[in-house]
Design a binder for this molecule. Structure first.
Ligand code: PLP
Length: 431
């Protein structure tokens, strides 16, 4: 069993000066119990904490480190850029190059604006969609996460047409009223909302593959039907590909499913580990963005030269090495089939959802297709399982409602270690 006294002390100390001791809530391990590990360094498949413990990482900074930690191609690009100064706040050639690269990779994007996080990308995208359509309301899906912008911190009310209810204190009723929610994979619910608010919906935003209620894939035809509905009603369809962009395919979920939205939001992998986001889409929509158009959006550090260098190196590598995606899928297939065998052997109720290099285990016998079915998973069991895995040096996302991400640094050795740890941890969680 792994001991972490230094991390435990640091966590106590952190709570004096940082809310909850962390700079992003899930890191505090509240959903699974126990204390977070304070990380010092990471290389390839491994992260090392303050107590010199080693963990095989299946979060990879919540997605960005698709090539594993400290990938040479990205590290070198950053090192080369550093001597030229860390920020200019003025245009650079790199920004054109990365924009051209993104346009060449992501089907929906004809023009793109770089920002500093996925949250900024989604907040900006809906502002532009509102400016473009002259409409106020948006539709999002229960269990989809689009960052912490006020408009997105909304869960469903009791009926399909019920107005949004703030999920977080501090989100005004006015903002909540403009966000309507529907269950994921439920086209009829979306149609009901659109009919009830005819001509008022600016955008429908969704994760084309949802990763923030655990992994949930779109039902057959769901994305296509949303596309058709948006075309009919003049609604801007936004795919939030902060998680899935460059992960499921070089062009993201939209390439994989062959459905092209009007706008896309990107983050995570796009910065190779640096804080980067982006939003883009059809030329006529993006022409609304200042200074080309009237919708204001700006950023002191947007297009930062170090971040652009990291992103450029990462995206170039992925574009030039499409075999990465086959490798990632094969590795993840092995992990999933090993886990499935373990769970069958132990007679557990489970559902594993997987697509490419993303997967989630739900401890339920139901198929998980939306947030309600995701919530049938036994989260107490998940918490015990998570901590048992951590004790065996496997670092998972500390919440049931997250997807896991596999990197190319995960090889045969780590797969065997994972499957063995999975078996032992499931047994321990059963006790
Ligand atoms: N959109 C999706 C789909 C995400 O998964 C996330 C973060 O996990 C965000 C937006 C927000 O991105 P960020 O945390 O970079 O603000």
């Amino acid at each position: 069993m792994i001991k972490a006294p230094v991390s435990n002390d640091l966590f106590l100390r952190a709570q004096n000066s940082i809310p909850g001791g962390v700079n992003s809530p899930v890191r505090a391990f509240r959903a699974v119990g126990g204390n977070p590990r304070f990380i010092v360094s990471a290389k390839g498949p491994y992260m090392y904490d303050e107590d010199d413990n080693r963990y095989t990482d299946f979060i990879n900074s919540w997605g960005p480190m698709i090539l594993g930690h400290a990938a040479e191609v990205v590290q070198e690009a950053v090192q080369q850029a550093i001597p030229n100064s860390l920020s200019f706040g003025a245009p650079t050639r790199k920004e054109i190059e990365i924009a051209e690269l993104i346009v060449s990779m992501v089907p929906s994007i004809e023009k793109v604006r770089m920002v500093n996080s996925g949250t900024e990308a989604t907040m900006s995208a809906i502002r532009v969609a509102r400016g473009f359509t002259g409409r106020d309301k948006i539709i999002k899906f229960e269990g989809c996460y689009h960052g912490h912008g006020d408009s997105f911190l909304i869960s469903a009310g009791s009926g399909a047409i019920t107005l949004g209810v703030p999920d977080s204190p501090g989100v005004t009723k006015g903002t909540a009223n403009d966000t309507l929610t529907a269950p994921y994979n439920n086209l009829d619910a979306v149609k009901t909302l659109v009919d009830a608010k005819k001509g008022q919906i600016a955008a429908i935003i969704l994760e084309p593959v949802a990763g923030n209620m655990g992994l949930v894939t779109p039902a057959e035809g769901f994305l296509q039907n949303l596309r058709a509905l948006c075309d009919k009603e003049g609604i801007v369809l936004i795919f939030d590909e902060v998680m899935t962009g460059f992960r499921l395919a070089p062009g993201g979920a939209q390439e994989l499913y062959g459905v092209t939205p009007d706008m896309s939001t990107l983050g995570k992998i796009i910065g190779g580990g640096m804080p980067v986001g982006a939003y883009g889409g059809k030329r006529e929509i993006m022409e609304y963005v200042a200074p080309a158009g009237p919708v204001y959006q700006a950023g002191t550090l947007s297009g930062n030269p170090i971040a652009m260098s990291a992103g450029m190196a990462m995206l170039t590598y992925l574009k030039e090495h499409p075999e990465v995606y086959t490798q990632l899928r094969n590795t993840t297939d092995k992990l999933v089939s090993g886990m499935e065998q373990n769970m069958q052997q132990l007679g557990l109720n489970f559902t594993v959802n997987q697509i490419g290099s993303m997967f989630s285990i739900f401890f339920t016998q139901q198929a998980v297709t939306d947030f309600d079915s995701a919530k049938t998973s036994n989260t107490a069991f998940f918490g015990r399982y998570f901590n048992a895995m951590l004790d065996r040096g496997i670092y998972l996302a500390p919440s049931q409602y997250e997807a896991l991400f596999v990197s190319t640094a995960i090889g045969e050795e780590q797969v065997s270690q994972y499957i063995q740890a999975n078996l032992e941890s499931l047994k321990e969680a059963q006790q």
